[in-house]
Design a protein around this ligand. Structure first.
Ligand code: 5GP
Length: 199
């Protein structure tokens, strides 16, 4: 296997999706489209942002072992399907995940040498709140829930290798591009072992 796993986490509304969209314009990467039980938002598309399923369908996927990881976030379920990730790795692609801190913990445990982790955030809580309000996709209650969750997520930012403050978008993008270049240099355990035995 080749390829690289790049995990992006950070408060909902910090700009992860916009950064990923820019990266996908030039990098032949696979963005891991998660499955979720949350409602589709205005502007989102089935199979582009997420696969939207019922709680029953999600539970069936868990039972069938279809997820590399899954978690409950903001009262909804989110999961990463394992098959497309393995396929992309086999094709030596960079796989980009937009998953929460719980998901990162699992991916890192399963692929310790291949995972590169990046925590992305806004310069302040106030700025996050402004962005969520301006995005106008969520109700006041949902926004408050996301802000509470963001404070909890921020406490775990030290579990990540890289930290990006998305204040200036092009600067943040530039930092992420460099991190992805470094991620591609990581070697999987199997490669190192095989190299070691034939060395
Ligand atoms: P949103 O509802 O704003 O799209 O996402 C809410 C949170 O769920 C974000 O922090 C996002 O990173 C996280 N998330 C999205 N997909 C997954 C997934 O497959 N697994 C996990 N663990 N978290 C996810």
């Amino acid at each position: 296997m080749g390829g690289a796993l790049v995990v992006l986490s950070g408060p909902s509304g910090c700009g992860k999706s916009s950064l990923v969209n820019e990266i996908l314009k030039y990098e032949d990467a696979y963005f891991s489209i998660s499955t979720t039980t949350r409602e589709i938002r205005d502007g989102e598309e089935e199979g582009v942002n997420y696969f939207y399923v019922s709680k029953e369908e999600f539970k069936k996927d868990i039972e069938d072992g279809n997820f590399l990881e899954w978690a409950e976030v903001h009262g909804n379920y989110y999961g990463t399907s394992i098959k497309p990730v393995l396929k992309a790795l086999d094709e030596k692609k960079v796989v980009i995940f937009d998953i929460d801190v719980q998901g990162h913990e699992i991916v890192k445990k399963k692929f310790p040498l291949l995972t590169t982790s990046v925590f992305i955030t806004t310069p302040s809580q106030k700025e996050l709140e402004n962005r969520l309000i301006n995005r106008a996709t969520d109700s006041e209650e949902v926004i408050q829930n996301r802000l509470i969750n963001a404070k909890e997520e921020m406490k775990r930012a030290d579990e990540y290798e890289f930290f990006i403050i998305n204040d200036d978008f092009s600067k943040a993008l530039n930092e992420l591009k460099k991190i992805i270049e470094v991620a591609k240099l990581k070697k999987p355990l199997k490669f190192i072992e095989d190299f070691g035995s034939s060395w």
